[in-house]
Design a protein around this ligand. Structure first.
Ligand SMILES: *Cc1c(COP(=O)(O)O)cnc(C)c1O
Length: 341
């Protein structure tokens, strides 16, 4: 298939419309069989549940061209599982994991011309989501829903190099105990927009959110989980019920322990112990793992030994191994790679 006329080396992280998207409608108590369509516009009631009470959840994953020219996705079954959880918590009728994976693969296949060729560090980003589409004015779940998957090519995350970012300890909270921090809901992002604008205005790239109950423990940023490396090379990640369970973070921990033979710990991480770590990284689908150089807590700076100039050695090893698996350069654990072509 001929590739789209896109300057692969210079695409950024924005929306580029592609040819096909997947849609399934939920009406009269059932999801229909679904289909690929051309139309990128959605027409809905002015009173749609998603517009009034933010009844929507989403996922994010990528398709890659491997070194040997195959097109693959990475653990889409885990995105499908997490999507089921998000639907349940928001009273959206569950769109099953199996149908989710099928829809994702169909969208990749139908937009093959937009899957960036190997070598540019670019990928095809996939955005599955569901939302209440029927009118809702009294507070309750909608009666009708739509599930969609669209695709958009995105560029290399580390275009400007791998210099670590500066982040601030936020005065806002991301997620309440027993709230919705552990599901991928649009509402978690809506409330993070003001804090991120504040952080950017102050010259920080991201916010570090603390646990809302005690404000002593590290949770995550608005859209990525933390990994920390101790002096003796142990990989530590915060454990909390109000963190979004990142698939990248779970995969990196597996890679660290099972493939690289490193020690890993998932435990509560206190703000007061950050100075004991030598590397800090943010993990998520977008960047895989991106280095953090310093955390600033109300004027008090915690600088990590590595990260100011480039990725620390452990972060780099984790990054190289996981991207090696995703790009087909290294063997993948059973079931991690779904081949589209
Ligand atoms: C999506 C997301 C992540 C990263 O999850 P991945 O599955 O690794 O992409 C981390 N934190 C939040 C809040 C998220 O929404």
């Amino acid at each position: 298939m001929d590739k789209a006329k896109i300057d692969w080396a210079n695409i950024g992280f924005g929306y580029i419309k592609t040819d096909k998207r997947y849609v399934s409608d939920y009406k009269n108590g059932v999801w229909d069989e679904g289909r690929l369509i051309d139309d990128d516009q959605i027409i809905m009631s002015e009173c749609a549940g998603v517009l009034q009470y933010a009844q929507t959840c989403f996922e994010g994953l990528k398709a890659y061209t491997t070194e040997d020219g195959r097109i693959v996705t990475f653990r889409p079954d885990l995105n499908g599982e997490r999507f089921e959880e998000s639907c349940r918590r928001l009273e959206i009728p569950v769109f099953s994991k199996d149908r989710f994976v099928d829809a994702v693969l169909k969208v990749v296949k139908a937009n093959e011309a937009y899957v960036p060729p190997f070598g540019y560090g670019a990928t095809l980003y996939l955005r599955p989501y569901a939302f209440g589409i029927s009118p809702v004015i009294g507070v309750k779940p909608a009666d009708e829903y739509q599930f969609r998957v669209f695709a958009t090519p995105v560029g290399h995350y580390f275009k400007g190099g791998t210099k670590g970012i500066s982040i601030k300890v936020s005065d806002f909270d991301r997620a309440a105990p027993r709230g919705t921090g552990d599901i991928k809901a649009g509402l978690n992002y809506a409330m993070s927009l003001h804090p991120i604008v504040v952080a950017h205005n102050e010259g920080y790239a991201e916010n570090m959110y603390l646990d809302a109950a005690t404000r002593t423990k590290v949770e995550e940023t608005g859209g990525a989980n933390f990994l920390f490396i101790t002096k003796d090379g142990t990989v530590v990640t915060p454990k909390s019920d109000t963190i979004l369970p990142s698939i990248t973070r779970r995969s990196l921990l597996y890679v660290a322990e099972q493939i690289l033979g490193m020690k890993v710990e998932e435990r509560e991480v206190y703000l007061s112990e950050l100075g004991d770590f030598v590397e800090c990284g943010l993990c998520g689908t977008a960047a895989v793992i991106s280095p953090v150089a310093r955390v600033v807590d109300h004027g008090k700076e915690i600088a990590f030994r590595y990260g100011a100039e480039e990725m620390g050695p452990v972060t780099k090893k984790l990054y190289d191994t996981l991207t090696g698996i995703q790009m087909g350069r290294l063997p993948a654990p059973e079931g991690w790679i779904y081949e589209v072509k």
